[in-house]
Design a binder for this molecule. Structure first.
Ligand code: CO
Length: 159
């Protein structure tokens, strides 16, 4: 068990305008999940997107105040251990075959500044610790849940 260092005081400076960009939901069957959100819940559901090189297919569901990102693996082994270590969708579905809430994505105004703030506080970026370009074309990182109160947090650079 990792016990992250607790800073004597919170890093100073104003909050960086966090907004919930989307909730990432791991699903075993993308078509079936999209039908549930569209036909049962009655939400607008987009077309499947396959971001290159990520081993996943994604469908975005639109809500009044946020989006849900339905994510299913497209390969038996995720090509993203450099980004997500053992937090990939494949790993998640091995642990929870029914799927479920995988991550929460917060959009921030200044990703580099937020990353420095988190580093000061002992929160660790997964993988190589550097942003990659996510499914929406913006830089993203993921925080190690062991240093983020147990939730996999995606941080995304805003417009
Ligand atoms: Co996401």
């Amino acid at each position: 068990m990792i016990t992250p260092p607790v800073p004597a005081s919170a890093p100073s400076g104003p909050l960086q305008g966090y907004r919930i960009d989307h909730l990432g939901v791991a699903v075993a069957d993308l078509d079936r999940a999209a039908r549930f959100y569209r036909d049962v819940l009655g939400c607008p559901v987009g077309e499947p997107v396959v971001p290159p090189g990520q081993g996943i297919a994604v469908v975005f569901v639109t809500f009044a105040n946020t989006r849900v990102e339905l994510i299913a693996p497209t390969s038996a082994v995720s090509p993203l251990p450099d980004l997500l270590e053992n937090q990939t969708i494949n790993h998640f579905l091995e642990r929870s075959p029914l799927g479920g809430l995988h991550h929460v994505c917060y959009e921030v105004d200044d990703l580099e500044a937020v990353m420095m703030r988190l580093a000061q506080a002992g929160a660790r970026i997964l993988g190589k610790g550097k942003p990659i370009i996510g499914a929406s074309g913006k830089p993203i990182v993921f925080l190690d849940p062991r240093t983020a109160e147990g939730t996999l947090i995606e941080l995304k650079q805003g417009a």
